[in-house]
Design a protein around this ligand. Structure first.
Ligand SMILES: Cc1ncc(COP(=O)(O)O)c(C=O)c1O
Length: 371
């Protein structure tokens, strides 16, 4: 099997633990277990049985997850190892050679990689900065063919932090209904909208939506490796069959914690903390952009990152390596999204790291590029 390098993840895997200031993450700085569990729960955790459990996720946890959506039950849910596995199972179960997949780009870039390796034809619809990183519906309409099976979107968007206005969510749903195609939405940043209004899930707007979500990003618990898919029961069953061939099940420890943190009041508290943290850092990076004439951005509306356009005579991958080698600061180059001239900065990093990293970057650019 041929599969493209997943450059976005490769750069992070290679370097994120080697730099002093890692600004490449897209989620909120993670919790510690003892910040989430009280004494009683910590004791209970020590006595749980480390069995396989339900390989599609315990009924209790699937019910908890289903309750986050309207009119969905445990049969609409499978629990996965991170949302990365959710995306993988979704592609492997619902797409096949000869299908066409409309991919709204940029995005996390995982889905297209797997789809291409299966022989699926990937049709890209670009989001452009001048459109506020929102889709062009005329282009979308032209991208449909008799073989189009699905459209996939990352919403809120990685890396730009853009979110669709409600009318555009509806327009996208109408488009999918008209052509009877799936909408796959990766919603891992949902719940971290800076205006405080949580966006509707595509699952609540369209029966034939399939949703990826999890605890890694807005919920700030990537180490639990806890994600899920929500979709039609038959499709979810297919992904379960595929899971038999992959990780079999999720960790009993992670499921225990997930049951606690997805309780509605708890979830609300976690998301409130995430938003406060992110908004504070967004203010810091906005000030920084204002003070650096070579940098600009469309401020993100949600999520853990800012996508910065830079006006410097250097390729983004080279620039990222310069920052890493000279400053011990890791950012993600726009190249990993096919968008040279930009770089991504995680605003979920601890504030002092963000400030220090940005300061090093300004200082370096001033001296090296004279701006
Ligand atoms: C949009 C999106 N989906 C999925 C993932 C995978 O995350 P995880 O497997 O930790 O849930 C990421 C990671 O950056 C992401 O940005």
């Amino acid at each position: 099997m041929q599969i493209d390098e997943f450059t976005l993840e490769r750069i992070q895997s290679l370097y994120e633990n080697l730099v002093e200031l890692n600004l490449s993450d897209s989620g909120v700085h993670p919790y510690r277990l003892n910040e989430l569990l009280n004494q009683e729960q910590q004791q209970e955790l020590l006595s749980i049985e480390l069995g396989y459990g339900w390989t599609n996720g315990s009924v209790q946890l699937r019910e908890r997850i289903a309750a986050l959506y309207s009119n969905r039950t445990s049969d609409n849910v499978i629990v996965t190892n991170g949302s990365a596995e959710a995306n993988f199972l979704m592609v492997m179960s619902l797409l096949e050679k000869g299908d066409e997949l409309i991919v709204i780009v940029p995005n996390y870039m995982q889905i297209a990689g797997w789809a291409k390796s299966l022989g699926v034809k990937v049709v890209e619809i670009p989001l452009l900065e001048q459109d506020g990183w929102l889709p062009n519906f005329e282009l979308l309409e032209k991208s449909i063919s008799a073989n189009t099976k699905m459209l996939t979107i990352c919403h809120p968007n990685n890396p730009t932090g853009s979110t669709l206005p409600l009318e555009q969510i509806q327009e996208l749903v109408n488009f999918a209904k008209r052509h009877d195609i799936y909408i796959h939405a990766d919603e891992v940043y949902k719940g971290a909208e800076f205006d405080g209004n949580e966006l509707p899930s595509f699952a609540d707007e369209y029966e034939k939506a399939i949703i990826t979500c999890g605890l890694s990003k807005a919920m700030a618990m990537p180490g639990l490796r806890l994600g899920w898919l929500v979709g039609l029961p038959d499709d979810i069953y297919k992904t379960w069959q595929c899971k038999d061939y992959t990780s079999i099940t999720t960790s009993a420890v992670s499921e225990y914690v997930a049951n606690i943190v997805l309780e509605p009041t708890f979830r609300h508290q976690v998301l409130t903390r995430s938003k406060e943290f992110l908004i504070d850092n967004l203010n810091r990076i906005s000030e920084w952009v204002d003070g650096n004439s070579w940098a600009s951005f469309v401020p993100p509306k949600a999520g853990g990152m800012a996508f910065i356009r830079y006006d410097l005579p250097v390729n983004s991958t080279e620039l990222a390596h310069e920052f890493r080698q000279e400053l011990s600061v890791l950012i993600l180059p726009g190249d990993v999204y096919g968008l040279d001239g930009y770089f991504r900065v995680g605003i979920g990093a601890p504030s002092d790291h963000l400030e220090k990293g940005l300061e090093r970057i300004s200082h370096y650019v001033k001296h090296k590029y004279g701006v």
